[in-house]
Design a protein around this ligand. Structure first.
Ligand code: 8YV
Length: 326
């Protein structure tokens, strides 16, 4: 009788925090990329080739070609809540379970959304640049005069775990909070549920917290930015493509909105130092770090590996990606 081969689990990256004591199936072998090796599509295919489980992040594309290269694959576990990088139909067709990490990253991402709000609205980036350059001049009553966050109206588009965590922070800042969502949570006593146009018209600050789906692609363009208006701030910790970046740049240049902050972009990573997005004084850009706290990334890694372990042990995975609602 031949011995059963050990279960093999590929991880797209080295360095997932918390990996050392993450739950794993008995005797499992971990397959990791070589130090410094890029995780491009070909590298991911090679890594997953003889594996039963695969752990991936947002930048990793998981599609039919990958599944063809990895015929043993039973589970793909995202270390992320968003799953727009995975071909779910193709996975379902092949009986491969896809899991994600909902809930655990809500606070870290909401903290980051609030950081963007404060940075953009209070003009903190030019203020920091000026201080660091040793150019802090004589007091000028007009210098770095931002708009107040406390007491303003905050509109949240997408009121799931992350959106509602942004709402709680807004309430703590004495803000009036509005929500627009596919599944509104009016019962939370924090945010009034309204239509998108009304939210944009009434809000001083808008936070985008929707997943990227065909319905949310290009959700915020020139018309929506004009509804937000010249005293408005837009921030996004959602996904690139939800905001039309050209329309956003035009609105900022023409003073049709006050300021903006983006942690997510249509093209990531944003490596073109000449990109106009990086040179717009009232636009704060961060490198997709919503979930980047030690505590959160550790919890995400553990959750992803709990899901892999469940599937490879023949149990139901606790965090299967839900079917997309139209
Ligand atoms: C990052 C995210 O992509 O969870 C998501 O959907 O966008 C973020 O958490 C993550 O850091 C990389 O997988």
């Amino acid at each position: 009788m031949s011995a059963t081969p050990p279960v093999r689990i590929a991880l797209s990256r080295r360095g997932y925090p918390g990996l050392d004591d993450a739950p794993l199936p008995e005797g499992a072998e971990l397959v990791l990329p070589d130090e410094g090796a890029p995780t491009d599509d070909a590298a991911l295919r090679a890594l997953a080739a003889d594996c039963d489980g695969l752990v991936v992040s947002t930048p990793d594309r998981v599609d039919a070609e990958l599944f063809d290269a990895a015929p043993r694959l039973k589970v793909v576990a995202l270390v992320a809540v968003g799953f727009d990088n995975v071909d779910l139909d193709e996975a379902r067709r092949r009986g491969i379970v896809v899991t994600h990490t909902p809930g655990v990253l809500a606070d870290a991402t909401a903290d980051l959304a609030f950081s963007l709000i404060l940075m953009a609205r209070r003009l903190l980036v030019p203020a920091l640049d000026t201080t660091r350059a040793g150019e802090w001049g004589a007091f000028d009553p007009q210098a770095f005069l931002g708009l107040q966050v406390a007491g303003a109206t905050l509109g949240i588009v997408g009121y799931g775990d992350i959106g509602s965590a942004v709402g709680r922070r807004g309430a703590g800042f004495g803000m009036t909070v509005l929500q627009h969502s596919r599944s509104p949570r009016p019962e939370d006593g924090i945010a009034e549920a309204v239509g998108l146009d009304e939210l944009l018209e009434r809000s001083d600050v808008v936070s985008l917290n929707v997943p990227r789906t065909p319905e949310t692609a290009g959700l915020i363009g020139a018309r929506e930015l004009d509804l937000l208006g010249p005293r408005g701030t837009l921030v996004s910790t959602a996904r690139g493509g939800v905001v039309d970046e050209d329309a956003l740049l035009a609105a900022l240049r023409e003073g049709r909105i006050h300021s903006a902050g983006l942690d997510v972009f249509a093209t990531e990573p944003l490596t073109d130092a000449a990109s106009p997005l990086l040179h717009e004084p009232r636009l704060v850009c961060l490198p997709h770090i919503g979930s980047a706290s030690v505590e959160t990334r550790t919890a995400m890694t553990r959750m992803a590996l709990r899901n892999v372990t469940a599937v490879l042990s023949g149990d139901d995975a606790p965090n299967v990606v839900p079917p997309l609602r139209g």
